[in-house]
Design a protein around this ligand. Structure first.
Ligand code: N01
Length: 543
């Protein structure tokens, strides 16, 4: 597509360069190649997989079920790949992504060990120059970020963090060779989805385990059954329907949205429904009980109280159960994590829950962690302290648009602005997979649909002689308001503020508060994307 006579002098080497070889990068490469674009994926790591390549901590697995945590677009992959676990482990997802890469012959267009330092838009030539860490550079017409929504790991701002003399690890940078924790005194800081997954898996290995908890979470426990041959066959035959169901669900899960409010049933019926969905496990509880657990504070509080009662049932020490029970915010105020024996772990005698809400961590010393006046001596500290979500990877490198302005500077001065999280004004032909203000969802759904949207958009651009996609300022204002309006109608706002949720940006000191994701529902978001396409992409034609 680049071979037009007018651009010969400055023809870019590639039609498209995609940064990141995870779920996004693979989907994008496949879809852009399909329409004849010469596409290169670059990734700084030495393996494909993105999130699943770097997050190697013990216990890492999907929180979504396999059937809708996979691509639906390739018949070959669907027919030939067999999942073994309902909630596949990290290594199984990594195997899947490698299988996808091989089966779709993607590897030849993926360059690993290739880290991007910056990317600069050349207004005269209408191309992007991508500067690499080894000093070389690439040119491309389209630049696409597949750098990940939750990939820029952060360490806590605790005094003395560098002074610790023992071993320290972040869950998102876990050593590939593994870590021998046997017989060691281990401390864990951070109890979001990552910390919650690691707790039950390493607890049996370690000598003493100190779990430092600042804010407890509402965890939906579940069972990780094996996937039987019959079930896999059934899933295979129904992949299209499963994916469609997930695409039509607000949170991208293949579940029937609940029909009733938690407030319109009797307490007995409510308990029965909560109990049944709790037993089904995981996101079934969050999504299938009632239709207002994410929108009505009273309903969310009823779900909270049910989970608190479950914690009291599972955890034998009433003081520990009480500490594990969130009281300062309600269900959905944080991204709900799935547990695999999390609460039960606190019945082990060598697992100690340390409350750092009332008595905060004051410092990390050469020997361990100090909480108030008590120093906990440790051999290992694990940080599961999360990410600069949605924008972190995009502002960590210089993405330099029109007038030499970086995306970081744009968002710092204008606030978080994009058109549907896909593109931002001032950055022609720069696209984001899972950009900020895209749906709060099982992410495979917006990744796949986003790649398909971009494929159609670029075919349309070529057919209509459109050289640059660039969000109009009006579209950005509209989307910022829409993101705020829909977000504020949920308990993710009212409760998320209390809980310092990453989806509000509140987990990163100094980050301006704004909805980092669109809370209006994945299916509504897709409607907006369809409408924009039907209207001839007018809101992307600023130039
Ligand atoms: O990070 P988090 P995560 N002192 O931000 C604590 C996705 N994900 O990596 O709540 C003490 O949720 C912080 O405490 P508090 C998923 O979308 C998916 O676990 O601020 N503690 C919190 O407990 C998820 O939501 C999967 O009081 C400090 C923790 O660190 C997202 O990634 C698996 C602290 C951070 O929790 C992020 O999850 C894993 C301090 N100074 C992740 N600073 C799957 O689906 C921070 N904390 C498989």
């Amino acid at each position: 597509m680049t071979e037009t006579a007018t651009r010969d002098t400055a023809a870019p080497e590639f039609d498209a360069v995609v940064i990141g070889a995870g779920f996004s990068g693979l989907a994008l490469l496949h879809h852009l190649r399909e329409i004849g674009l010469t596409t290169l994926v670059v990734d700084g790591e030495d393996g494909i997989g993105g999130t699943w390549w770097v997050n190697r901590y013990p216990g890492v697995r999907t929180d979504s079920e396999y059937s809708y945590y996979s691509f639906s677009f390739s018949k070959e992959v669907r027919d030939e790949w067999t999942w073994t676990q309902r909630y596949p482990s990290g290594p199984e997802v990594l195997d899947y992504l490698n299988f996808v890469a091989d089966r779709l012959d993607l590897r030849k267009d993926i360059r690993l060990n290739t880290r991007v330092d910056s990317a600069v838009y050349d207004e005269g030539a209408n191309l992007w120059t991508v500067h690499l860490a080894d000093g070389s550079s690439l040119t491309t017409k389209y630049l696409v970020s597949g750098m990940g929504a939750l990939s820029q790991a952060i360490y806590p701002d605790i005094p003395g963090i560098d002074s610790f003399q023992g071993e320290k690890y972040h869950t998102a940078h876990w050593p590939r060779s593994g870590v021998d924790l046997a017989g060691k005194k281990v401390g864990l800081i951070g109890l979001g989805a990552s910390g919650i997954q690691i707790v039950p898996v390493i607890a049996p290995e370690v000598d003493e385990f100190y779990v430092f908890q600042r804010t407890p979470n509402f965890i939906v426990e579940t069972n990780n059954d094996a996937v039987s041959t019959e079930e896999m066959l059934h899933t295979r035959e129904n992949y299209d329907a499963i994916f469609e169901k997930a695409a039509n669900h607000p949170f991208g899960v293949a579940m029937e949205p609940a029909q009733y409010s938690a407030l319109e049933v009797s307490p007995e019926q409510r308990r029965e429904i909560f109990e049944a969905k709790w037993n089904e496990g995981g996101f079934h509880f969050a999504n299938e009980c009632f239709n207002d657990l994410a929108t009505n504070h009273e309903a969310s509080e009823l779900a909270s109280e049910f989970i608190r009662s479950k914690i009291r049932e599972i955890v034998k020490d009433p003081e520990v159960a009480d500490l594990l029970s969130p009281k300062t915010y309600s269900f959905n105020g944080k991204r709900v994590p799935t547990g695999h024996g999390y609460y039960n772990t606190f019945n082990l005698p060598h697992v100690h829950l340390v409350d750092t809400a009332t008595d905060p961590i004051t410092e990390i010393t050469p020997r361990g962690v100090k909480v108030g006046d008590t120093e906990y001596e440790l051999d290992v500290i694990i940080f599961a302290t999360g990410f600069d979500a949605m924008t972190g990877t995009l502002t960590n490198i210089d993405i330099v648009g029109r007038g030499g302005r970086t995306l970081r500077e744009k968002w710092a001065t204008e606030g978080l602005r994009s058109n549907l999280g896909i593109n931002a004004n001032g950055f022609p032909n720069f696209f984001m997979s899972l950009g900020p203000q895209t749906p709060y969802s099982n992410l495979v759904v917006p990744i796949q649909l986003g790649a398909q949207w971009l494929q159609r958009a670029l075919v349309w651009a070529e057919e209509n002689g459109v050289d640059a996609f660039e969000a109009t300022p009006e579209s950005e204002e509209w989307w910022a308001l829409e993101t705020e309006r829909t977000g504020k109608a949920t308990v993710m706002y009212s409760e998320g503020k209390k809980a310092k949720a990453w989806f509000l940006g509140d987990n990163v000191p100094g980050k301006p508060e704004a909805f980092q994701v669109y809370m209006g529902g994945g299916q509504v978001y897709q409607e907006h994307c369809r409408r924009v396409a039907e209207e001839g992409y007018a809101s992307f034609l600023a130039a």
